[in-house]
Design a protein around this ligand. Sequence first.
Ligand SMILES: Cc1cc2nc3c(=O)[nH]c(=O)nc-3n(C[C@H](O)[C@H](O)[C@H](O)COP(=O)(O)OP(=O)(O)OC[C@H]3O[C@@H](n4cnc5c(N)ncnc54)[C@H](O)[C@@H]3O)c2cc1C
Length: 445
Amino acid sequence: MSKIVLVGANHAGTAAANTILDNYSGNEVIIFDANSNISYLGCGTALYIGKQIKGTDGLFYSSKEALEKKAATVHMNTKVQEIDFDKKILKATGKEGNIIEQDYDKLILATGSYPVTPNIPGAQLDGVNYVKLYQDGQKIDADLDLEHVKSVAVVGAGYIGVEIAEAVKRRNKKSMLFDIMGGCLNGYYDSEFTADMDKILADGGIDLHYGESIKEIRSKDGKTVSSIVTNKGEYDVDMVIMAIGFKPRTNVAKETLKLGPGGAFLVDLHQQTSNPDVYAVGDCATIYNNAKKGTDYIALATNAVRSGIVAGHNVCGTNIESAGVQGSNGICIFNYKMFSTGLTLGKAKELGFDAAYSDFKDNQRPEFMEENDEVKIRVVYDKTTRRILGTQLASYCDVSMGIHVFSLAIAKEMTINELPLLDIFFMPHFNKPFNYITMAGLLAK
Ligand SMILES: Cc1cc2nc3c(=O)[nH]c(=O)nc-3n(C[C@H](O)[C@H](O)[C@H](O)COP(=O)(O)OP(=O)(O)OC[C@H]3O[C@@H](n4cnc5c(N)ncnc54)[C@H](O)[C@@H]3O)c2cc1C
């Protein structure tokens, strides 16, 4: 019987807790979370702000009560302030200022990430919002109802910024999307794909301000946002939404535990940190990237859940290794869908791979089928080893399942030469005999 303490109970912490509670009896599980809710699906934020879903009720899949039902002790609104790793005791502060001291045998850190705040004048003004917590989304949603809020600047054209810019437009507000780069979704797609998404955004009525860096946020009354200043001009806005990335939250242990890429807690394939009794999971931890073949930092809920499961088993003595990840992701904007896994061509070259690509574009189904959409695919591979390094897919139809094929292909080190003969079924409702996956393989040089 072990005393297992978890710090953080969102996706990673909840997954670890459920793994322990569902599979191993006799342990004492004690959970601390600084927030008032558990398991909020941030992906729902843009959907409800944009009124694409009715409300937020379905955006939680666990709770304090659900974990307590499984015999865990759960301290909500309680922030862990410091940890004595030699004595194996942590100190936490509750909402009312009450101090809790808690000892442990094994500790799981699931402290997640926090949004990056720019170091510019005006960043603290009223009307400057961040998108992370349930409460953040609630505030933006309510503020968009205010009569005076007519024009919104979204800063950062990563997947969260793009989704939020769409949501703002869906609320019939002027939506401006700023990014220092020349297009959206740069980390996930090559320009041949991001250009399509930029057209979708522009056609949807979003003002794109690329190649612009934010210098200042100004206020006429000294309190509330009135304009945003970039290297190219000043724009009147009533609200700013910052979506310029996330950093791992490591303050409870960054002096003690080894850090890795992105400044996250460095973990091995068992989610074990540099201290054998301490595990780290989710956005606060590093992760093994199979495409790069190296340790990386990729903050995604899917990775958080899987790493939580791995840690949950390992703290209870079952030796399980993470399978690593490919950074698979997807997005849907004004119904246009893009998916990617592994490395883009740009990233692969930057990392020194002898990278090449195979592009193909065709209708998803045979032309005799009435409903049809074009599908665009790029498979990135290494010319020397022939290993598949990454894939991008885009269409108005849902080809998301195709990206999982490539995620597995990367994880299993499949080569581009193997792709044309992969058993892919044909049925006119779904694809062509010479479908886009097979064709990308056949066309590779
Ligand atoms: C708007 C938005 C949309 C997203 N969409 C997607 C998506 O579609 N797909 C996807 O895979 N990912 C998505 N993500 C990313 C995903 O939400 C994160 O990767 C995920 O939340 C990470 O889970 P986590 O449990 O590791 O960390 P977090 O969600 O950051 O949770 C960490 C928890 O630890 C608690 N905590 C931190 N420090 C302490 C402390 N000292 N004491 C006590 N408690 C503490 C916090 O209160 C928090 O509850 C999205 C994120 C956002 C913001």
